[in-house]
Design a protein around this ligand. Structure first.
Ligand SMILES: *Cc1c(COP(=O)(O)O)cnc(C)c1O
Length: 432
């Protein structure tokens, strides 16, 4: 079974997550159910916060990447932990605002901010836009002018490195819909344009090299390229970047075959080499920002399902069907992401039944995993899938008109509802 300090088995043989019996949780709140460990989320925020304070100081903070998990409760936690946030839409901004998050600590990303997004950001005193391209830069300048303000921005740069990860989620290479590449000279021209436009204050640069990166070297490579670029821009335009945002992407242990990651030593490694590089280049160390998403919330979450049919096809495989699937977790369908699962009410028994965990949608690709090892379940058993805290709820859909699950959070005082289960009325509320 997946091992983590917030996972255990009790005397009834039930899976315990963050100190609570998951079979009881399923009974109390129903399934499918997202379950989040609030203490784990806070712990991770503190690791990033502490490392960045200690090594970089100078106002350097981690920004939680909202796209991994966006709901009001997460922004309340981020406020309490002193985190900044990265957002990619007005919808995420609106959710953060509703939760009382201070939007001056928000960075607005994405390769296509609409005029509405830019206005909405400016009217809500957003801290920064991370500007992706020349068209957007001109639009921000224009709209900031109409509002008689000077808008802080960073420019998104593609440093052109491959952090040896999945192609589909690798966004740092030259051929990317995101940002301007250094290699092609476009990063240089975008900088020149930003410096020439009114109502814009260029504060520095951003890069995001990809996701599920286990080592710290790719981040150091990216930082090295970015710092050299900063030195070039200083030499060429006498522009000294005050901020360098290194993006997100620190890996997460999704299954027991993934390595255990020590986030604080990774951050120490990155910090040491950044300081040395700044020294070598003769530039002041900029304010450093990082944007962890999955490494804050992924292993703080599990999903509970109720098993329906168990079907054996002789000579082929066994299917275990559950009452959720791609509408609440599309990651296997999208990227063949691997997950581990357990039968929560039989967590003390040997997992000797090889099977495919299948969702309930009318779609053959609606699977949570293939070749998974479970204890053979029967209809009514509870299946738990581990490490579903990131990119599950935030990617959830109503495909097949299936209501989104509820989300329960666990803290020292017990469990509480952070999201109520969608109702059939919710499904029809926009139908005319
Ligand atoms: C996706 C993304 C992140 C977060 O990535 P994780 O792998 O979840 O840490 C951060 N910044 C940007 C710009 C992103 O696109």
């Amino acid at each position: 079974m997946y091992t983590s300090s917030n996972v255990s088995v009790n005397e009834k043989g039930h899976l315990v997550f963050a100190g609570m019996d998951t079979v009881e949780l399923a009974k109390e709140y129903g399934t499918p159910l997202y379950v989040m460990d609030e203490e784990r989320i806070r712990e991770r925020c503190r690791i990033y916060k502490k490392a960045m304070d200690e090594h970089f100081g100078n106002g350097s903070i981690p920004l939680f990447a909202s796209k991994a998990l966006s709901l009001k409760r997460i922004y309340e936690i981020m406020t309490e932990e002193g985190m900044g946030i990265d957002i990619v839409s007005s919808g995420e901004m609106h959710t953060a605002k509703k939760a009382g998050f201070d939007l001056s600590k928000a960075y607005f990303h994405g390769n296509n901010k609409t005029d509405f997004d830019i206005k909405y950001g400016i009217e809500n005193n957003i801290g920064y836009f991370v500007c992706d391209n020349a068209d957007e830069l001109r639009a921000i300048s224009l709209i900031a002018g109409e509002h008689r303000i000077t808008q802080k921005i960073l420019l998104r740069i593609t440093p052109g490195i491959d952090p040896h990860t999945l192609e589909a989620i690798n966004t740092g290479k030259v051929d990317s819909k995101f940002g301007a590449a250094i290699e092609t000279g476009q990063a240089d021209s975008l900088t020149a344009l930003a410096l020439s436009l009114d109502n814009i204050e260029l504060c520095g640069f951003h890069c995001h090299i990809g996701s599920q990166i286990f080592e710290y070297e790719p981040f150091v490579d990216a930082a090295t390229i970015m710092l050299s670029f900063i030195a070039d821009m200083k030499a060429k335009y006498s522009f000294e970047a005050k901020e360098l945002n290194l993006g997100g992407g620190m890996g997460v242990k999704y299954t027991d075959s993934d390595p255990e990651i020590c986030y604080s030593s990774n951050l120490n490694g990155i910090a040491t080499l950044i300081k040395k590089k700044c020294n070598d280049l003769g530039i002041n160390m900029p304010k450093i920002l990082m944007e962890p998403g999955r490494s804050i919330v992924a292993d703080a979450g599990i999903t509970l399902y109720t098993v329906g049919g168990v079907k054996e096809i002789p000579g082929f495989r066994n299917y275990v069907s559950i009452d959720g699937g791609m509408p609440d977790n599309p990651r296997y369908a999208l990227y063949q992401s691997t997950y581990e699962a357990v039968i929560a009410n039989k967590a003390n028994l040997t997992p000797d039944y090889k099977c495919t965990l299948a969702g309930r949608c009318c779609e053959s690709g609606d699977l949570i995993g293939e070749g998974m090892m479970l204890t053979k379940p029967v209809r009514g058993d509870i299946a738990a899938v581990f490490v579903t805290g990131a990119y599950n709820y935030s990617m959830a859909s109503n495909y097949n008109r299936i209501p989104r699950p509820a989300m329960v959070m666990i803290n020292k005082n017990g469990s509480y509802l952070a999201l109520r289960r969608e109702s059939f009325e919710d499904l029809c509320k926009n139908d005319i």
